[in-house]
Design a protein around this ligand. Sequence first.
Ligand SMILES: C[S@@+](CC[C@H](N)C(=O)[O-])C[C@H]1O[C@@H](n2cnc3c(N)ncnc32)[C@H](O)[C@@H]1O
Length: 288
Amino acid sequence: MRSVSASSCHKGELLAELLMRDEDYRAFAQFLERACGIVLGDNKQYLVASRLTPVLQAEGIPDLGDLVRALERRPTADLKGRVIEAMTTNETQWFRDAYPFEVLRKHLLPEMEKQGARRLRIWSAACSSGQEAYSISMTIEEYRAAGGRLDAEIVGTDISPAMIEQARAARYTANVASRGLASERQQRFFDAVGENTWQVKAEIRRRVSFRVHNLLESYAGLGRFDLVYCRNVLIYFGWDSRRDIVERIAQATKPGGYLIVGASESLSRHSEAFELLRLGGGVVYRRG
Ligand SMILES: C[S@@+](CC[C@H](N)C(=O)[O-])C[C@H]1O[C@@H](n2cnc3c(N)ncnc32)[C@H](O)[C@@H]1O
């Protein structure tokens, strides 16, 4: 999870806030929504100041107005990427919300196996530093250890190159490695590597690959999936982007395949391609 050190850039935050004119804030909000879908809304000046001050300082850009002009006139991929990176929230944890992994093990995998599937393609969209994709792989490992025969290829994607790099390395500090994880699973699925660092075991990593992908851009090249996890990212977007993304996920989902969204997210206003199923005390969506 990203955090801004108050002591290291408190002065800078205040400076950036004071220098933030309304029109610059609005122009920046428009840039951000166009670039990655995130809608800032009103009164997020403090958030923008605290997230962007380190970028402004590192780039030698005096204030938000100059940043917006640089993004409009000479938008290098590097500057754009650093700004998006700074503005995204990467909060995640192992087996987050439990239900999406329970329903996979108890309902979706047995159902798909019964229908003759042998190898699934699963997409963890907006996967942050990889915990969701690896939790899916651990769930499949547990399912197979209990006699299930299905296996899967899992593709994790995120807009942030830094998150994808971390996900690929599959190395986490002890603190991060234990967040949301029962110690039995930590012992079973991780190797201790170096001081204070744990790495996801090769048998869990072998199913998972990662790539940088912006949900607002083309999905061609990702292929089609039996199951899509797109959780805790749509909440940051406006209605049009949500509808567009859900439609495109529908096209990337095989008929009869499933979509799982975040606990506080719902598809009711975004798509007719999916039907809602109540399963095991929660909700999943099935492609018609
Ligand atoms: C809060 S995390 C959710 C991680 C994980 N899905 C979970 O539920 O624990 C949101 C992630 O969405 C990513 N993100 C934001 N905008 C995106 C976009 N336009 N395309 C792809 N990923 C995006 C961020 O980089 C961040 O890692």
